[in-house]
Design a protein around this ligand. Sequence first.
Ligand SMILES: Cc1cc2nc3c(=O)[nH]c(=O)nc-3n(C[C@H](O)[C@H](O)[C@H](O)COP(=O)(O)OP(=O)(O)OC[C@H]3O[C@@H](n4cnc5c(N)ncnc54)[C@H](O)[C@@H]3O)c2cc1C
Length: 476
Amino acid sequence: MRRPTLTTLRARSPWRVLGGFGQAINGACRYVAPASVEELSATLARAHEEGLTVAFRGAGRSYGDASINTRGLVVDTQRLTRVHRWDPGSGEFECEPGVTVEGLWRRTIEDGYWPAVVPGTMRPTMGGCLAMNIHGKNNFRAGPFGEHVQEIDLVTPSGEVLTCNREQNPDVFHAAIGGLGMLGAITRVKLKLKKIESGLLRVDARVGRNLDEIFECFEELIPKSDYVVGWIDCFARNGSLGRGQLHAAHYLHGDEDPDPQGSLHVERQGLPSTILGFPRGKLWIPMQFFVNDLGVAMVNRAKYWSSYFGDGASYLQSHVGFAFLLDYVPDWRLAYGDGGFVQYQVFIPKETAKATLKTLLDLGQRRGFPSYLGVLKRHRPDAFLLSHAVDGWSLAMDFKVTRGNREALWKHFAEMTAIVLDAGGRFYFAKDGVLTSADVARAYGQERIDRFAAIKQRLDPDGTLNSDLSRRALGL
Ligand SMILES: Cc1cc2nc3c(=O)[nH]c(=O)nc-3n(C[C@H](O)[C@H](O)[C@H](O)COP(=O)(O)OP(=O)(O)OC[C@H]3O[C@@H](n4cnc5c(N)ncnc54)[C@H](O)[C@@H]3O)c2cc1C
């Protein structure tokens, strides 16, 4: 190990306190933001030489500790935004890892292409989407992000550049996508985008009076929809437990959109600058007064009844408006206050999903921890080694963290985790801040974890790549 001098990376990298998106988990890390892929590769090699551990960071949109490396180095990839190639003939897009989902759709929509899979926000980078193998509201149909990736380049701590696709290094391809940045830096990605004929989607809204109705309605919508997502009122009790609203969306074809060139225009995809006359950027300020049990219960009740009376509504909405609902209110997370919040997303096989979700909703209410948000999706399995998707359902839940409730809330997570594991479920690392490595081994199977560890041993034998998440949840 080199002694720290002014020329060492250790001495040159300032300390920063970095947090997850939920702001409930933070760590003091050394920080660098290379300006080129060459600089990133040199930084990684230098860190390896100096015995510094490295975690990569995209836009920091993972809720927990995925891109935090307490006392180690965090390498921010957001400056790596070169687009190598965009071919509107084939829909192939090749770029550096710091290009964001927003940068991608802005570049391609006027040519009639949209990313095949997007998360609920357009801020994440390609590197972050790959390392978590993100899913969208169309997971049941389109699979995860990785299924639309043709090729990646991976730089290992020894400086080797591995080109990985389904023929070349297929084991690394299927492990690095969804591999939490633990096998190398993804420095190039080649994607295939989805051809669209209009900048609009047809959206149908449906209401369910309890979880049974929500599941029934979801099942009915899936075969005839391109996207389906459910909002669940986690405060509703008894016969209304799990009530909520579903939105199903469909691509438009042929002359369903009379002005496709107009609707595909970037300007027509923008989010409104005001909501109910209030500037979007300041909306989190009044929201603070509602982010408590009483306030959320009231808002949920109002939302449920307005959706009840709007049941069956059908309207046109832009791709951006439908996909990135959570970007409507910038900085909404600040409304949770100083303690932040934890998002906890469970994936349960279809056979046990409904009963398990009812148990979790009921338990949350009994323990005094009803989730402030509930988002329901349908998933299907995929071929990636650390895939979080199962043939079943996921529910994402948000829990406010305060100094006073932290200990009890973490006990509640442990109790919920045991229920999910008994039901054969999994979790999602992008939304995790609480699982132990024993939980993860049970959820993913020790055999998968061992296969992942063997690939890591081959590519990163000295364990240079590490993060708070990988230490806690994978025991690396
Ligand atoms: C409001 C909101 C809504 C969301 N909705 C969804 C959703 O619907 N579906 C979904 O799946 N996710 C969703 N997410 C989660 C988000 O998509 C993921 O956490 C994503 O990974 C964030 O990307 P990022 O660029 O911010 O990466 P970060 O969060 O900074 O990092 C994520 C991981 O990527 C690794 N990484 C980053 N760059 C590289 C690289 N170049 N090479 C190797 N590893 C790298 C990091 O080490 C880390 O492990 C949502 C998040 C928010 C805040």
